[in-house]
Design a protein. Structure first.
Length: 283
């Protein structure tokens, strides 16, 4: 397990932007450390370890990290809110961005197995539930991602922790950990009973207006979603990806047509994709 990074500087851009980002991150760290004192010491320690900034942020991701540090939680998700108190059920997901390919960064996603009782076929960031002894959300996210995809934890550089959001259907609080994949290596679905496939999705594909919709579900969820590589990316994952495109400066102008329901979204997603397999295939 890779030890989380602590007490570094956000990437130096030669101006005051990094200092402003530091102040925003510190404020969020104070907010997320205000936890219910009735929680176990182990959980309280886990919740407090959110100020995980490296000494250097890779140049292609400096603007993104600064923007995430300055973003309010409601700018990242309109459906999932910052909880007033910490839930007993805590999870962390790894928002792993690679910059080694031509054409810009890509993000690692996985699709759940089609026969699961819960979340069958859904696309999500790798990650999972906190385990006792995990040294903060970054450690949880990296451990779970390694177990699910086979990635090398030593190649992952945590950059910043997103605000903790509560997901009502699962009753989990979820913390996203934005990280840089320094040296990508082949990844795959380690347990086919749990994961159908693992994909590296380019930000250019996410930003393509032809791949974007506004989705509504019978559960009352409404928000941005993506039709990618035969799948629908929505929920927490869809909202966070849409926010990263927007605050990171990758978003292209697009106009949402009439709201699409989930069944129709899946029908559209399963149409033949126009993108090269190399671009949207497995890592």
């Amino acid at each position: 397990m890779q030890k989380p990074l602590t007490h570094g500087r956000v990437g130096d851009k030669g101006g005051s932007g990094a200092a402003g980002a530091d102040e925003c991150v510190a404020k969020k760290a104070r907010q997320t450390s205000d936890v219910d004192h009735s929680l176990t010491d182990d959980l309280a320690r886990w919740l407090a370890l959110t100020n995980l900034r490296p000494a250097v942020v890779p140049a292609p991701l400096i603007d993104l990290v600064d923007a995430v540090a300055a973003a309010r939680p409601e700018e990242l998700s309109r459906n999932d809110r910052v909880p007033e108190t910490a839930a007993e059920r805590q999870a962390a997901v790894l928002i792993l961005v690679a910059t080694d390919r031509d054409g810009g960064p890509d993000v690692l996603l996985q699709q759940r197995a089609p026969n699961l009782r819960d979340h069958a076929g859904e696309v999500a960031f790798p990650g999972g539930a906190r385990e006792s002894g995990d040294a903060g959300p970054a450690a949880t996210a990296i451990r779970e991602a390694a177990e699910e995809t086979g990635l090398d934890p030593a190649a992952v550089e945590p950059l910043i922790v997103l605000p903790r959001l509560h997901i009502p259907p699962s009753r989990f609080d979820v913390t996203g950990v934005l990280a840089h994949w320094r040296t990508p290596s082949p990844v795959s679905a380690i347990d086919p009973a749990e994961t159908n496939r693992v994909m590296r999705i380019p930000f250019t594909a996410l930003a393509d207006p032809g791949n974007r919709i506004m989705l509504s579900t019978r559960f009352g969820w409404y928000g941005p979603a993506f039709l990618l590589d035969g799948a629908v990316v929505w929920g927490y994952t869809g909202e966070i990806l849409a926010a990263l495109l927007r605050v990171g400066g990758w978003e292209r102008p697009w106009t949402a047509s009439a709201t699409v329901d989930l069944d129709e979204a899946w029908r559209r997603a399963r149409r033949p994709a126009p993108w090269p397999e190399r671009q949207l295939g497995p890592g």
